[in-house]
Design a protein around this ligand. Structure first.
Ligand code: AHN
Ligand code: ZN
Length: 332
């Protein structure tokens, strides 16, 4: 139906149904606003809304498989879940399948899952999290030899990334995004005597990139991003090697009203997956990781205990982290 053929009554009907803009030709601003105002309005409108309920269900789906310790049935089932979910959303998938020897001399399978969006784009951002869970509960008072559920330490980061993947599919970006789910992060030695015992999947990926000479402009690692009242301070390696990215992300969080979670203090150094990516793949990566200044570990009370179950997950925290990352990506 052409505009010229519309009667005043027809137009009034359409105004009532769709609002005034329906009666104007598309992509044409009305005479009073200037181009700058229009583009800033459009930019805000182009930011997708991170759905915390959807992310929560993605976290729960992983936890429902039980512990995801490398080599167990829960691990295999969760591998299929993450792979299938990402394969339905991403443009290109890569799967890395290898083995590693743990600090306690076990040979374990290591499976990294890589989902690329807009694979031809030169400008790329890496988003990552670990998907495995710890085989012991060494910080608990009871059942220390039993594996943890890892709702926050494992499932939370991946849950947020799966929701981001849905949004990337729905509203594609001009830049490229690579979502990497690292395996075997958490089968590490807690005595502090054995170096490089954590992060076996990211160590493998960073030395055996899924694409030769892969480089992202920067990366963001999500680790324990779902706890109620989580506190994200500046992590040491992030600050020393990627301070501008830390500023960008914390700035986006502040602008979106998430200052309660994203705090401006130094929380100390954490040897996490981002450390090995920076060391071997040589581009800046920051770690968004929960901290608790009142525990000896400086991690939350649930950390490496059987308390790390769905009670350790709050939709509001998932929203704060997910929306912040989305705003960074869609603001680049
Ligand atoms: C160390 O404790 C050496 N690294 C902590 C990385 C980690 C474990 N993140 C979650 N679990
Ligand atoms: Zn852990």
């Amino acid at each position: 139906m052409g505009l010229k053929l519309m009667s005043p009554i027809q137009c009034l009907l359409i105004v009532l149904l769709f609002g005034f803009s329906a009666c104007q030709p598309k992509n044409q601003s009305n005479g009073t606003s200037n181009t700058n105002t229009d583009s800033s309005i459009n930019l805000a409108a182009q930011r997708p809304v991170f759905n915390a309920d959807s992310a929560y269900l993605r976290v729960k789906a992983q936890v429902d498989f039980g512990p995801r310790v490398p080599g167990t049935t829960g691990h295999s089932a969760c591998y299929n879940y993450i792979s299938n979910t990402l394969a339905a959303l991403a443009d290109t998938m890569y799967y890395q399948n290898t083995t590693a020897i743990t600090f306690d001399k076990k040979v374990i399978p290591v499976k990294n899952i890589i989902a690329s969006f807009n694979p031809k784009a030169e400008r790329r951002i890496l988003l990552c999290a670990h998907w495995d869970t710890r085989p012991f509960a060494d910080q608990d008072q009871v059942d220390q030899d039993k594996p943890i559920l890892g709702a926050n330490d494992g499932a939370s980061g991946v849950g947020v990334l799966l929701e981001i993947a849905r949004l990337l599919r729905a509203q594609p970006l001009a830049i490229g995004v690579d979502i990497v789910c690292f395996d075997a992060e958490d089968w590490g030695d807690n005595s502090g005597k054995i170096e490089n015992s954590y992060c076996l999947g990211s160590q493998y990926w960073a030395r055996n990139l899924h694409q030769p000479n892969y480089k992202a402009e920067f990366g963001i690692l999500l680790d324990m991003v779902g706890a109620p009242n989580a506190i994200f301070g500046f992590e040491g390696f992030s600050l020393s090697s990627a301070q501008n990215i830390v500023s960008k992300v914390w700035g986006a969080a502040d602008a979106a009203g998430y200052q309660q979670y994203f705090r401006h203090f130094e929380r100390g150094y954490v040897t996490d997956d981002h450390y090995y990516v920076m060391k071997f793949a040589q581009f800046p990566v920051i770690d968004i990781i929960d901290s608790d200044p009142n525990t000896n570990s400086h991690f939350g009370k649930y950390w490496h205990t059987h308390q790390d179950n769905m009670n350790a997950i709050d939709r509001n925290t998932l929203k704060a982290v997910g929306q912040t990352v989305i705003n960074v990506l869609y603001g680049l």
